[in-house]
Design a protein around this ligand. Structure first.
Ligand code: ADP
Ligand code: MG
Length: 458
């Protein structure tokens, strides 16, 4: 931090910039906007400004965390944007602005120390969860935890594919705990919400309130923990939250689409803690269980279905219960609308168009691949040559070619304006690798399935 710079620049007051500096910063921002997502820009660059000194560009940040984050994630892009705006290379340094100029924090309420209760979905109860061999262990573990929070299995880690009932079971446990032990502070949040809340807190120096809030919880339900993959700062914070709750005997329940050791970019110390308690898996339901689930879901919508119809639906290749539920909702709507009984014929008419292959977009491919490999979409679009990035980028190019109707030049444009020949090369390389390495092939197939099924959309 160059605090001496404060006195040499154009702004004696520490407030407004000389107009020409402002212009240059605007140009830097323009450059940045073209290479990062609008959300990244709003989060990390909109609150900053810059002034020029003889030999350096001084970027003013609200606190140290900004400087660190930007150095870790955007150093090259920022330097490039500054160089482009100035027409020459000028080193970038950071300075904490005492008199912060950027926009005010958007979400003051997130930083309130008091505990805010997030309502649990009341439809997700044990009563409405259909037991079967596919979910025996997870269901029993959740029921045990619900009767004895913090005492039986801590943490309880539920894992399994999309739409198999992870969120339902975890929420049912929370609902049960609230029913039985009214005073318990059950807090449900997705890992994505946890991360966003943490970033907001750190950006605006609300970290103490954030910690207070999470350490007051009696039962923490954190959904889709695989989302923490590669997010070091969030994992670090969650590690401390975890320890505080664990040591206080508070219940922690986690869900994930994979087991801990299969989550890429998950710190060892977190992984080992996740394995301390019980790992319980959810498997795709067998036909009988699917039928029972369909009957339960139809009953919830005030409809009775014949076994014949239920079996027909259960025999669809789909194992994601959420997707089956989608078929059912549509079927019931059409039957009511036409005033017709639900027959096999009606089922065929209604669900056939849904079963046909979905249109996949390039953005979807980028998003799913990035999340699967624990990198950012902007990494895939960048020209970084490190293997950590080049491999997922080639996978994304290959899947873009397989799953969308986009041409090579169109794919190139979607990947940060690359030449079509770069895409051709990337796809070729990956195809070779797929033939050579069955583990890679398996992995890519898994990503392909996630995209085809639209699992990431749910
Ligand atoms: P996940 O979190 O694993 O992606 P969800 O918990 O969101 O899946 O479940 C998707 C849908 O399927 C929900 O509507 C849920 O109620 C339903 N579902 C899944 N498994 C069962 C089951 N065994 N019994 C009843 N409903 C189920
Ligand atoms: Mg879920």
């Amino acid at each position: 931090m160059h605090s001496s710079a404060e006195h040499q620049g154009g702004s004696a007051s520490g407030q407004g910039l000389k107009p020409e500096y402002n212009d240059i910063w605007q140009r830097v921002c323009q450059g940045l906007r073209s290479v990062i997502t609008p959300q990244e820009f709003e989060t990390w660059f909109a609150p900053l400004d810059m002034r020029l000194e003889e030999s350096q560009a001084v970027i003013r940040v609200p606190n140290l965390f900004f400087a660190e984050w930007i150095k870790d994630h955007y150093r090259k892009l920022l330097q490039q944007a500054v160089d482009d705006a100035l027409g020459k290379t000028v080193p970038v340094v950071f300075e904490r602005s005492l008199n912060h100029i950027g926009p005010k924090p958007v979400s003051h309420e997130l930083l309130e120390p008091s505990f805010r209760h997030t309502p649990l979905n009341p439809r997700y109860t044990f009563d409405r969860f259909v037991a079967g061999p596919c979910n025996e262990l997870a269901l029993a573990a959740c029921q045990a935890v619900a009767d004895n929070p913090g005492k039986m299995y801590n943490p309880l880690f539920i894992f399994g594919g999309a739409g198999l009932g992870k969120t339902h079971l975890m929420t049912a446990t929370g609902n049960h705990i609230l029913d039985r032990f009214g005073e318990h502070r059950v807090h449900f949040c997705t890992s994505e919400a946890f991360t966003n809340e943490l970033i907001q807190a750190v950006r605006f120096d609300g970290i103490d309130s954030f910690r207070d809030k999470y350490r007051q919880v009696d039962c923490l339900l954190l959904d889709d923990i695989q989302f923490l993959s590669g997010r070091e700062r969030t994992q670090d914070e969650f590690f401390h939250t975890f320890n505080a709750l664990y040591e206080a005997g508070k219940q922690i329940i986690l869900t994930s689409d994979k087991m801990p050791r299969e989550i890429p970019g998950l710190e060892k110390r977190l992984r080992s803690r996740f394995e301390w308690g019980l790992l319980a898996d959810l498997q795709p339901p067998d036909e009988e269980t699917k039928v029972a689930i369909l009957q339960e879901k139809a009953a919830e919508q005030g409809m009775e279905l014949s076994r014949e119809v239920c079996f027909y639906l259960a025999r669809q290749p789909e194992s994601n219960v959420r997707v089956l539920e989608g078929y059912l909702t549509r079927l019931i709507a059409v039957s009511r609308f036409r005033g017709e009984e639900v027959t096999i014929d009606l089922v065929k008419q209604v669900i056939t168009p849904l079963v046909e292959e979905r249109q996949v977009s390039l953005e979807e491919v980028l998003k799913v691949v990035a999340s699967h490999y624990g990198v950012k979409v902007s990494d895939l679009k960048s020209s970084s040559k490190t293997r950590k990035i080049t491999h997922p980028r080639q996978v994304a190019m290959y899947l873009a070619r397989q799953l969308t109707k986009a041409s090579y030049p169109e794919i190139g444009r979607a990947f940060g304006n690359k030449d079509h020949s770069t895409v051709v090369k990337g796809v070729k390389k990956l195809k070779l690798l797929l033939e050579e390495d069955p583990a890679v092939a398996e992995n890519v197939k898994a990503v392909e399935r996630i995209i085809r099924n639209g699992e990431s959309l749910s």
